[in-house]
Design a protein around this ligand. Structure first.
Ligand code: FAD
Length: 259
């Protein structure tokens, strides 16, 4: 079974991001890491291939300045190979532009199943995987908390507010996984060494049969007009228990309509 995993490489998630003052987009100039959200998709793919007894896991990423650090991390987990699309012309791409690029790159893989995270850590529009599915004419299932493949079908437990739905789809399909679908493994020393020799195919926009007018700033259908800092968190209310603590907590929760 061939599985492709969309993996985003993002700025260090432990430090606050910096926005470009002119374009209001995230500064991605420095070293980028594997988006922690995508560790779940990579682990899921490795487990599905192991369960099938045979197969290849291919990573697909679009990232600036030929960045491969995050891809090497995912290869160290055990993925077999990667495709990176990196091109100056992609600067300013919005979510749809990114989806067009990834869809073209994914066409080179002929995957039975395409996995992605439900949303990324830095952009988190949560729209990219379904756009990829639409562009490829494939069914998509979002919010998977459990994924199984049986023959030519994928069976998914799809997280809902009330519990989960059992959903199935013919393959190939695009499935987005939630955090917690599996426990991502830590790369072993052997895996880290092996990752150094695993192939990363590097592509430009011209390699993808895409015009530079469809991507980057020229192709972006959205513009970030302004950015406002998030409101500072208000201090919490301290309730001193004078024998009525439980009632006051219940009243507070009722006011919030959580009970
Ligand atoms: C007008 C506009 C201009 C922008 N300009 C820039 C810019 O100049 N530079 C820039 O870096 N960003 C820019 N962005 C942000 C960038 O387009 C988004 O981060 C990107 O489109 C992915 O969307 P997302 O992170 O919201 O994906 P989501 O839909 O939240 O991601 C879901 C999942 O899709 C997969 N995925 C998402 N992105 C990628 C990727 N690149 N490669 C592989 N898998 C992926 C991952 O599995 C991810 O977890 C811009 C956005 C807008 C709206």
């Amino acid at each position: 079974m061939n599985i492709a995993v969309c993996v985003k490489q993002v700025p260090d998630t432990s430090s606050p991001g910096r926005l470009d003052p002119d374009t209001h987009t995230l500064d991605r100039a420095g070293k980028l890491m594997l988006d922690p959200s995508d560790e779940y998709g990579v682990e899921m793919a490795l487990q599905l291939v192991a369960a099938a007894g045979d197969g290849v896991v291919t990573l697909v990423s679009m990232a600036p300045h030929g960045e491969v650090t995050g891809l090497r991390s995912a290869l160290a987990m055990g993925a077999d190979k990667a495709i990176l699309v990196s091109d100056e012309a992609l600067q300013g791409s919005d979510a749809l532009g990114t989806a067009k690029v990834l869809a073209k790159a994914l066409q080179r893989v002929s995957a039975d199943l395409i996995l992605a995270a439900t949303e990324s850590t830095d952009g988190y529009t949560g729209t990219l995987p379904v756009q990829v599915a639409e562009l490829l004419g494939l069914p998509s299932i979002t919010f998977a908390k459990r994924v199984r493949v049986e023959g030519q079908k994928v069976l998914v437990e799809r997280q809902t507010e009330a519990g989960y739905d059992e959903v199935e789809s013919p393959l190939p399909a695009v499935v987005t996984v939630t955090a917690g679908v599996v426990e991502p493994r830590y790369p072993s020393f052997k895996g880290i060494m092996a990752a150094k020799n695993r192939p990363i195919e590097q592509l430009k926009v011209a390699d993808l049969d895409l015009s530079t007018d469809e991507v980057g700033w020229p192709g972006a259908g959205q513009e970030i007009i302004s950015v406002q800092p998030a409101e500072a968190r208000k201090a919490g209310e301290i309730v001193v228990d004078e024998g009525d603590g439980a009632e006051r907590i219940v009243a507070f929760l009722e006011q919030l309509k959580v009970i």
